[in-house]
Design a protein around this ligand. Structure first.
Ligand SMILES: NC(=O)c1ccc[n+]([C@@H]2O[C@H](COP(=O)([O-])OP(=O)(O)OC[C@H]3O[C@@H](n4cnc5c(N)ncnc54)[C@H](OP(=O)(O)O)[C@@H]3O)[C@@H](O)[C@H]2O)c1
Length: 351
């Protein structure tokens, strides 16, 4: 990559320290809110943190909010809380585990049986697994599985419903950390690169970069006039449960940093809410890619990082690998027990 690590690190820290003050001073989410009453919205991972706040803000404005959660008990608590604060809100709690391909497929089937179309998809669910490399039941490394593969599969499977609701929006929560991430096609499941302890963000960063570059490739592959606006975004540095798997030192450092520079979930949800609501952001000329936002505007540095990845051989190969791992490329369905051998074969092919 042409951009130097030093320049990336400087921009990363500059953005991380400025956003607290920017965001705390923001008064409104946007001046040009679209009326979303009755619009059908899916928000994944909406039982806590940024996702729950986004659900609350959209439900408050009259949207039909489908809260996609992996744990219905935790989900019910979130629904009760939103209903208590906004009793007239319309919420449908549905189970989806982004780390389980069969759960994602069942979720989409259930959604399609209940709703004629989809207006807004917010890909919010995410994990940061740091202390121990763990595999999902499909055999994928957990960060890569939830943050990239599961999110990509859900988006792909919902494209038909989205097209029926066009014009509409897909908002995917990436991270500032993508600017300091790398992609290793030979070690996508982090067998060699998985790091524990304080360095353990690498697997998370890599998964966020993967979903970002593949989302942009997906947008270009859809061609013109598909009627869907895709956005990538970072919510900022937000005090949520995301960092719960950090080791002891990591937790101390993160908690200290959150106290100094972190924002609450309400502020953290502002960019997602803005991207769901703003008329101007959706009516602007379609750039043909998913632009990267932070603090309710295009995050230029992140956007430039992603532009450097666009169209590269690495992204082309990653996209093909992603589709193969998800069984999307070919008609044959994925044999979930053979993931590792598929990865090895793909690596041989791409080499
Ligand atoms: N906090 C930050 O500073 C920050 C910065 C950059 C980006 N982000 C991104 O923002 C998004 C929201 O995170 P957050 O900060 O609000 O953290 P959070 O409170 O931990 O929220 C993450 C949500 O994702 C859900 N989730 C995790 N794994 C899942 C799975 N396999 N299937 C379905 N749902 C799953 C969690 O459900 P459970 O409660 O069941 O675990 C939770 O509801 C994430 O994508 C995160 O990567 C956050």
């Amino acid at each position: 990559m042409p951009r130097s690590s030093f320049s990336r690190a400087m921009n990363y820290f500059k953005d991380s320290t400025c956003h607290k003050f920017w965001s705390e001073n923001a008064e409104k989410v946007c001046d040009d809110e679209e009326d979303i009453s009755g619009k059908i919205v899916i928000i994944t991972g909406s039982n806590s943190g940024v996702g729950k706040e986004t659900a609350l803000q959209l439900a408050k404005r009259g949207a039909v909010v489908i809260m996609g959660v992996r744990d219905l008990q935790r989900g019910n608590l979130a629904v009760e809380d939103i209903k208590r604060r906004f009793p007239s809100s319309t919420i449908d709690l549905m189970r989806v585990d982004l780390g389980d391909l069969s759960s994602i497929k069942s979720f989409v089937r259930e959604f399609e049986s209940k709703y004629s179309h989809l207006d807004i998809l917010v890909n919010n669910a995410g994990v940061m697994v740091v202390t121990k490399r763990s595999l999902t039941k499909d055999g994928f490394e957990e960060n890569m599985s939830v943050n990239h593969l599961g999110t990509f599969l859900l988006t792909k499977l919902l494209l038909d419903s989205l097209r029926k609701g066009a014009p509409n929006r897909v908002v995917t929560l990436a991270s500032t950390n993508l600017s300091i991430a790398s992609i290793d096609l030979e070690d996508l499941m982090m067998e060699k690169r998985f790091k524990t302890g304080d360095n353990g963000r690498e697997q998370y960063n890599s998964s966020k970069l993967a979903i970002s570059v593949c989302t942009r490739k997906l947008v270009t592959s859809l061609g013109p006039n598909h009627g869907i606006k895709f956005f990538l975004m970072c919510p900022g540095f937000v005090k949520t449960a995301l960092f719960r798997d950090n080791g002891c030192c990591g937790k101390c450092f993160t908690n200290f940093s959150l106290c100094v520079g972190g924002i609450n979930a309400h502020k953290g949800a502002e960019t997602a809410v803005y991207l769901c609501l703003s008329k101007s952001v959706a009516s602007g000329e379609n750039s043909g890619r998913a632009e990267m936002y932070r603090f309710m505007k295009i995050w230029e540095f992140g956007e430039n990082v992603l532009k450097e990845w666009d169209g590269t051989e690495t992204v082309e190969k990653l996209y093909a690998m992603t589709e193969d791992l998800l069984g999307l490329n070919e008609k044959k369905s994925l044999n979930v027990n053979q993931n590792q051998s598929i990865i090895s074969k793909l690596v041989e092919v791409v080499d």
